[in-house]
Ligand binder design. Structure first.
Ligand SMILES: *Cc1c(COP(=O)(O)O)cnc(C)c1O
Length: 392
């Protein structure tokens, strides 16, 4: 028998749960795209997008997903034949590097595996070895969604400064923006990419490239017309932010989502994500005392607050995901980019999530572990509840 009927819960690390208020604000006829309300609304998004990333620099909005933001960012600072240093801590930075290769850029990769963060000493060695200054940019993900590791982006700036290397620091915050604290200006990030469907709680379809004056000065003489960020940030340009039809409904949705973040307060948003992440970890600390369950990242300080990657052994992870989805209406994330894929799974806890949703995820997983006879330590739901009780 299935108990899945009722409101389903998509607990994957993006797209995340869309608030009803965001959906309601998108339920309308198309507006005039040439003048009036939509232009004012788009203007109003810019300061709030900057506030979420803690920056006073520039932000360009594109129609596209995270992959589009990757290509847009690279296209504005690199030319064919340039070299970038890719710091791989899971699937996503590798993917960004592949995007660079597609643009004719040479990719030098340091692979830190899929259970660790970036080792700053190794980055320092690579930069010092680059005596000719061939490396034009260092590409890192703040939170790698496949492994749930959180990298020390501010530490990367210190390494660039200590070595005197003038490569741009480029960060992927697609998973972390609005979930894990990120301070673009204070941390000295030159270019940052993000998308709307994770911490920003809006249906997939628009993405953002943030850049500072230093990055803008590195702009090559020829930039792909569509990706050119200047066309989207210099006010005298036609339609200001869009080459072509604006992503009308996404803009309304994002306006509502940013209002929700503002109303809650960014610090509170970060604190809520932290508390809910710790709730998830507390359950795993119990489950993993017996049997195959284990968190992917051992050190809590290096774990994201937006997503948790874990193993349940092969093929238990697939079995657990299927049980949760078909018997209980809970969809967990796949073990993206991991081998064997059926040993890993992920829980998204980004954006519009609260305590009862997370307790529902953990209680449902516990039911799945019992039903599937996957060995596990006891007391996980109580341990999770204790974190909620102590925090709220
Ligand atoms: C989701 C994600 C991407 C890819 O975004 P898409 O919208 O799926 O193209 C890239 N990097 C990170 C860190 C992500 O979490």
């Amino acid at each position: 028998m299935s108990l899945a009927n009722g409101r389903a819960y998509l607990a994957i690390p993006g797209p995340s749960v869309i608030p009803d208020a965001v959906l309601r604000s998108m339920h309308r006829a198309s507006p005039n795209i040439y003048e009036g309300e939509l232009h004012d609304l788009t203007d109003s998004l810019i300061p709030d997008l900057k506030a979420v990333a803690m920056t006073k620099q520039n932000v360009a909005i594109y129609i596209g997903n995270g992959h589009a933001a990757w290509e847009a960012a690279l296209s504005n600072v690199l030319s064919e034949g340039d070299t970038v240093l890719v710091l791989a801590t899971g699937r996503f930075c590798i993917g960004w590097g592949e995007m660079a290769e597609g643009l004719g850029v040479t990719v030098q990769t340091i692979d830190f595996g899929d259970r660790a963060d970036v080792d700053l000493a190794k980055v320092e060695d690579a930069l010092r070895a680059d005596k000719a200054g061939k490396i034009k940019a260092v590409l890192a993900v703040h939170v790698d969604t496949s492994t749930s590791v959180k990298n020390d982006v501010a530490g990367l700036r210190r390494v660039l400064d200590t070595t005197g290397h003038d490569a741009l620091l480029m960060a992927d915050c697609i998973a972390s923006l609005g979930c894990d604290r990120f301070e673009m200006d204070a941390w000295g990030v030159d270019v940052m990419v993000a998308a709307c469907q994770k911490g920003l709680m809006t249906p997939a379809g628009i993405c953002f490239v943030y850049y500072n004056a230093k990055a803008n000065a590195r702009r090559p003489s020829r930039v792909s017309r569509y990706w050119d960020w200047r066309a989207r940030t210099e006010p005298e340009h036609y339609f200001q932010y869009f080459d072509g039809t604006a992503p009308t409904h996404h803009l309304y949705g994002l306006r509502t989502a940013l209002d929700m973040i503002k109303d809650e307060g960014l610090d509170h948003v970060f604190a809520r994500h932290e508390a809910l992440a710790k709730t998830v970890w507390a359950a795993f600390d119990c489950w993993s005392t017996e049997g195959p369950l284990a968190l992917n990242i051992a050190d809590p300080a290096k774990r994201s607050h937006a997503v948790t990657s874990a193993t349940a052994g092969s093929p238990n992870a697939d079995a657990l995901r299927h049980w949760c989805e078909h018997k209980a209406g809970l969809t967990l994330g796949i073990g993206l980019g991991r081998t064997p894929a059926d040993a890993f799974f992920r829980i998204g806890h980004m954006g519009h999530v609260n305590a009862q949703m997370i307790m529902g995820v953990l209680g449902t997983m516990e039911a799945g572990l019992i039903a599937l006879k996957i060995p596990h330590g006891k007391g996980a739901v109580e341990a999770a509840a204790s974190v909620i009780a102590a925090t709220a």
